[in-house]
Design a protein around this ligand. Sequence first.
Ligand code: PMP
Length: 287
Amino acid sequence: MYYDNETLIYFNGQFVKAKEASTDLYGQSLHYGYSVFEGIKSYKTEQGTKIFKAKEHYDRLKRSAELMHIPFEYTTQKLTDLTYELLELNNFSDAYIRPLVFCSPNMSLSKSKESSLTLLAWEWSNGYLANKMRIMTSSFQRPNPKAFLVEAKVGGHYVNSILACQEAKDKGYDEALVLDEKGNVAESSGANVFYEKDGVLFTPSKGNILPGITRETVFEIGKELQIPVKESFFKPEEMRGADAAFFCGTAAEIVALDSLDDVPFTKDWKDTASNKIQQAYQKLVRV
Ligand code: PMP
């Protein structure tokens, strides 16, 4: 359950109870997936609750809305302030925050004249870290960048994610590795991917992926720890049986992969550069 009788959300200019909020059913967002959103995390730190990379997330939300021609006037500062207020009102520290921008009633296939904003949050302390995920190469491809603006975080794109993730679960895996239309590794259903060989990290180049904020953080940590990180286009064969691999995303954080298509990653996780990145990330989000 994401909310109870007391949970507050921000909805179009005010804080209201989640269970009392309602919306129109005659809109493009519900019918066609024409909405933009973010996934953000806040952490309990010694200086109080801190939203990790709020600016990057809200800048991306604004950019996603712009790319989708969805009118959206909030500034990044205002969005950040509202989110801190939301966390405080609900008494949340370690939380997942879900801003959603959706369109007002209109079922035509043209741009929206107005939008609504809601900010939702629920308590979340990490459940993935201890796990190592078994993943499979998906039979689904990521959305073709000539059909969608893949760098935008758009509701409708996630129908593809649901298909890929559910296929993997139905086949007994934890998650899917999804390829682009050329058969190169792209990303997971909701996270970016890295693999490690001889102390070097490799990740798919931009173009067919959602360029994640966590992916960018991995570059930053790599630089600091002098772990080389390279972007390129590569096939799953190059990744299968590598020393180590991980998914990264705001929700997943840095999560180790156990195997790809039942072929294990070979190095003991604790001896990998990936492990160092995972540990550094855990520290960074809590300072
Ligand atoms: N790819 C996809 C498809 C995602 O949904 C996400 C999660 N937003 C990511 C990558 C990782 O992005 P971020 O690190 O910004 O959360």
